[in-house]
Design a protein around this ligand. Structure first.
Ligand code: ZN
Length: 579
């Protein structure tokens, strides 16, 4: 690379010398200036001799891209990129590799992604027995009186028993240590007897509004607690220091950059975290961009502060995150009809309509984006109603902007009649392909065959012209663009198998999947003019992998490796030995 650049420069120098003829001998720096002005087009990074997928329909695939500072200055052929391979440009020959427009995870929780590296992670453990022994080993390292903390257990993936954990699984080895471990979905948790005692929860404690204690036959809470019942334990676990939280954020940023993410969209970032993120931005340590929504509990603060964005678009706080129902796995998602495997239809009382309506109105008047967690068809339909009512109740003349781009997070069960309402109301579905394959094991039981036809209905939504914003919901899922892309196009388990009725027709094309991870999330963050595709004038955000996801066999997508992540022209992750 160095050699090639030197040759180019010296060739140009000699040409320039010839042309200057008998004019006064120019100094070397003047010559260099001359070169920069005339023959060498300014760039500080050139990626060439590769496959570039731009996510731009006008120029879908090309060979080279150049950037200067944080913006793209050239997209095109190797031949046309030549004039940029000079001066101080860093030129990377990426033969055999693939450059994608920088990937965006449309739904993440970065503090949790970083925290996951510091507490017991129960993700991916294949059995109940092994899960309990991992907890026992971890608990053994925790001094008496201190909390045993962890998360990520998920019974539906266990091969021995698929049941929720309860205190009887862990009490024997945690007698003197309270324990709190949220399930992978974060909306239910395991606690032990010590924790129940510290929280003052007994047989006589009623279920809180929007929550539930599972109970033994005699009515005593059994240690599996759902939704708002978790708050009683969150209130008594040791509070996190700023230092601990900031460390989690930095770890999350680095882990995400290593995965190939150039932006994550945070679905519920409290202002305490927002302010720590601002410090990290000031200190120049953001390894990728963040677009954030604050929790609805802090809606008033959001309305007061308004949208906050950094000049370099690395950090943008513009939304409010609302929770309505629970999850399908824990039978907390709000369905119109009863569950097929339980005599109830879930719940959607994590916030009341009365409390939410004024927030929706304020959001319209202040240009704030609403992102609502809706999973069951009852939650989806209700929120479409509430959005629509707000659009009518607040006259358009009072809206801060007509382009709202309000979102529905997850939106897992959408009857066809409501799919059309997303189009009519211009509401964006923000969905997690990995949930679509993770839920494969139980969704049929929960929903029955009829409702399964419109569960995770990706292709149906795309056919209607909707842009799906794809995300991982990490730390609920791994948070890996390979898995999200694979899940969207394969709609099969990671091992390549799928259930009989898993509606393969709802898998999407590879081109669509790429848009779901690039230009469509950019649209969902009002940034489609700034990023999301490889076009001149947009931010130089690239994800570079060793395999071409648009042509390799499905399973090879999962085997590919992230080689380099570039954000605003800066390399934020690089696998060793690449250029
Ligand atoms: Zn989430």
């Amino acid at each position: 690379m160095q050699v090639q650049r030197l040759i180019t420069v010296s060739l140009l120098l000699s040409l320039s010398g010839l042309m200057s003829g008998c004019a006064e001998p120019a100094s070397e720096s003047a010559l260099q200036n001359d070169l920069n002005n005339n023959s060498c087009l300014s760039a500080d990074l050139v990626l060439h001799n590769t496959t570039v997928y731009t996510s731009n329909d006008e120029q879908w695939q090309t060979e080279a891209v150049a950037s200067l500072d944080d913006k793209i200055v050239f997209v095109g052929s190797n031949a046309d990129a030549k004039p940029y391979m000079c001066g101080n440009a860093r030129v990377l020959d990426l033969a055999g590799k693939t450059v994608y427009a920088g990937f965006t995870d449309s739904h993440q929780h970065i503090e949790g992604v970083g925290r996951r590296t510091k507490t017991l992670s129960l993700f991916g453990i294949p059995s109940l027995k092994q899960t309990v022994s991992s907890i026992a080993e971890w608990a053994d390292t925790v001094p008496d009186g201190e909390w045993v903390l962890g998360r990520g257990w998920i019974e539906r993936e266990w091969t021995d028993q698929e049941r929720f954990l309860n205190k009887h699984d862990v009490d024997a080895f945690t007698q003197n240590k309270p324990l709190f471990m949220p399930r992978a979905d974060g909306v239910s948790a395991l606690v032990n007897s010590k924790a129940l005692a510290l929280a003052g929860v007994t047989r006589d404690t009623p279920d809180p509004e929007g929550g539930k204690f599972e109970r033994d036959p005699d009515g005593t809470p059994n240690g599996y607690v759902l939704a708002n019942a978790m708050n009683m334990f969150r209130a008594i676990v040791p509070q996190d220091t700023d230092e601990y939280l900031k460390d989690s954020l930095l770890r999350g940023l680095q882990a995400n950059a290593a995965m190939g993410w150039t932006q994550t969209q945070d679905a519920g970032m409290p202002y305490r975290i927002v302010d720590l993120m601002k410090d990290i931005h000031r200190e120049g340590n953001m390894s990728h961009r963040i677009y954030a929504a604050v929790p609805v509990l802090e809606a008033q603060e959001m309305i007061k502060r308004g949208r906050e964005t950094s000049a370099d678009d690395m950090f943008d706080v513009r939304g409010i995150k609302v929770f309505i129902d629970g999850t399908l796995g824990s039978r907390g998602a709000a369905l119109i009809e009863n569950y097929s495997d339980a005599p109830h239809n879930g719940f959607m009382n994590r916030i009341t309509k009365e409390a939410l309506v004024p927030v929706l109105h304020d959001a319209l008047r202040n240009g704030i984006q609403i992102q609502t967690h809706v999973i069951g068809d009852r939650a989806v339909r209700s929120l479409l109603d509430w959005y629509e009512e707000a659009f009518t109740a607040v006259p358009q003349a009072q809206w801060a902007q007509s382009d709202l781009r309000w979102r529905m997070e997850h939106a897992q069960v959408i009857p066809p009649v409501d799919q059309q309402r997303f189009v009519d109301l211009a509401v964006l579905p923000s969905m997690q392909p990995s949930h679509g394959i993770g839920d494969l094991n139980f969704a049929g039981d929960r929903l029955g065959a009829e409702r399964l036809e419109y569960a995770y209905p990706w292709q149906s939504l795309v056919d209607k012209g909707l842009m799906i914003l794809a995300g991982s919901d990490a730390p609920v899922e791994v948070g890996d663009p390979r898995i999200e892309f694979y899940a969207a196009v394969a709609r099969k388990r990671l091992d390549g198998t799928a259930g009989d009725d898993w509606h393969p027709e709802q898998a999407v094309s590879r081109k669509t999947a790429l848009k779901m991870l690039t230009i469509w999330p950019a649209y969902g963050a009002f940034q489609d003019e700034l990023r999301g595709s490889i076009e001149v004038g947009k931010y130089a955000d690239f994800s570079i992998f060793d395999k071409d996801w648009l042509s390799v066999p499905e399973q090879d997508i999962l085997k590919s490796e992230n080689l380099m992540t570039i954000v605003g022209g800066k390399i934020t992750y690089q696998k060793s030995n690449v250029n």
